[in-house]
Design a binder for this molecule. Structure first.
Ligand SMILES: NC(=O)c1ccc[n+]([C@@H]2O[C@H](COP(=O)([O-])OP(=O)(O)OC[C@H]3O[C@@H](n4cnc5c(N)ncnc54)[C@H](O)[C@@H]3O)[C@@H](O)[C@H]2O)c1
Ligand SMILES: O=C(O)C(=O)C[C@@H](O)[C@H](O)[C@H](O)COP(=O)(O)O
Ligand SMILES: [Zn+2]
Length: 359
């Protein structure tokens, strides 16, 4: 079984999803004479197998694990390798790994010679449904998450579900957090799957997980097709910022944790905060807040965070990309698929909402 989800931006591309779709890598690199495959250590054997199957001179670049790949030092190291190997504008970069790998690899591709062909091969659930699709690439700084980056779209995304069989269950959970987010922002059926089959969603290879993955990719593809560069949120007409639901607090927590908390886990906590804030601003009702707890909590994701650290988190949020001038902006929901932007919410309400989250 394999399916294709189309991303309809100015440079359209396909996301192939199914078992064995990584076999399409040769075609996706489009006749490049040199190909660099960036991958974490855990995928070194798969990277070597894929390299052997390509009709190109392949350079394997092993990256540090997880967020440690998204640094200026690693980025500089990758540029040096491409320079040493003589990569030109007709060559290609492949990101084989989770979202940390695809964020870094996409940025390497987008910046080398001001941009070369990029192919994304996501190998975690989170990367398949979110990070590998949509062209956001970048790295973290000590000052904050994803503060440096660029929009650089892949020529193709190959989401091979076979990779999920080796993924630890906690990494599956991280992907489920972004999928639950996609459910709340746009897709009631996804939420039903979380509510009726949470155990099946935690099992690589289940029909329920495959259905939810494809639905999630469709949500992501549809939003980025309408607003690739995150420019159109005005008043209640919310563009790509919709995909940032739960991320304002999540990114501040990740920074506070020095990027050791998995992104999806932070998104789960941040989404609880977003639901509570919406209720406290008089929008969502108590049942909607409770639905967040049961959907994210039902697959074992965290729902609360430490008391007494609001001031630090709040200061980090000033650099959130949705902020304008000194004002915070939050993407919130009245209900499923009913978004609005909360501009500069009252600071007292924000602090009280955080207090509720810590209980
Ligand atoms: N660009 C975007 O639109 C976007 C969207 C969502 C998240 N992100 C970013 O994605 C990152 C999180 O991605 P993630 O959750 O995939 O984390 P990750 O990339 O750190 O991967 C999690 C772990 O799984 C390992 N791994 C990868 N594939 C494996 C496999 N098939 N089997 C066993 N282990 C495997 C990795 O080496 C890592 O240790 C964050 O940096 C986040 O900011 C980006
Ligand atoms: O694709 C998007 O747009 C998103 O916001 C998806 C998020 O899940 C993702 O974590 C993204 O990297 C956040 O982007 P940022 O612009 O807030 O750094
Ligand atoms: Zn995210």
């Amino acid at each position: 079984m394999s399916q294709v989800v189309r991303v309809n931006t100015a440079s359209p591309y396909d996301v192939a999803v199914g078992h064995g779709v990584v076999a399409g890598l040769g075609e996706a690199v489009g006749g490049a004479a040199k190909v660099a495959i960036l991958h974490p250590k855990v995928l070194r054997e798969r990277a070597a197998e894929l390299a052997a199957g390509l009709d190109a001179e392949v350079t394997l670049i092993q990256l540090p694990k997880g967020e440690k790949a998204k640094t200026t030092r690693v980025l500089d190291g990758c540029w040096q390798v491409l320079a040493d190997e003589g990569f030109t504008r007709s060559d290609a970069v492949v990101g084989l790994g989770g979202g940390a790998t695809t964020d870094l690899a996409g940025f390497v591709a987008g910046t080398w010679l001001r941009g070369v062909r990029y192919v994304s091969v996501p190998t975690t659930l989170l990367a398949m449904v979110d990070a590998a699709v949509g062209g956001k690439t970048g790295i973290n700084l000590k000052a904050g998450k994803n503060l440096v980056g660029a929009f650089w779209e892949p020529k193709a995304v190959l989401a091979d579900l076979d990779f999920l069989t080796s993924l630890p269950v906690d990494d599956l959970r991280g992907g489920l957090a972004e999928m639950a987010k996609h459910g709340f922002i746009a897709d009631e059926r996804t939420l039903e799957l979380f509510e009726t089959a949470p155990d099946a969603l935690l099992r690589a290879g289940s029909d329920e997980l495959t259905e939810a993955v494809v639905r999630s990719m469709e949500v992501k593809a549809s939003v980025v097709s309408g607003d690739l560069r995150e420019r159109t949120s005005v008043g209640d007409a919310v563009g790509r910022e919709l995909l940032n639901y739960g991320h304002t607090l999540a990114h501040a927590i990740e920074r506070r944790e020095r990027y050791t908390m998995p992104h999806g886990h932070a998104v789960s906590i941040g989404s609880q905060f977003a639901a509570l804030l919406s209720a406290n601003l008089g929008h969502a009702d108590a049942a909607f807040v409770e639905r967040h707890r049961s959907v994210f909590g039902g697959v074992g994701l965290p729902l609360t965070y430490e008391a007494g650290v609001w001031d630090e988190l709040r200061a980090t949020m000033n650099l959130d990309k949705k902020s304008r001038g000194g004002s915070l902006r939050f993407v919130l929901l009245d209900d499923v698929a009913r978004p609005f932007i909360a501009e500069a919410p009252d600071e007292g309400v924000l602090a009280d909402t955080y207090d509720q989250l810590t209980r």
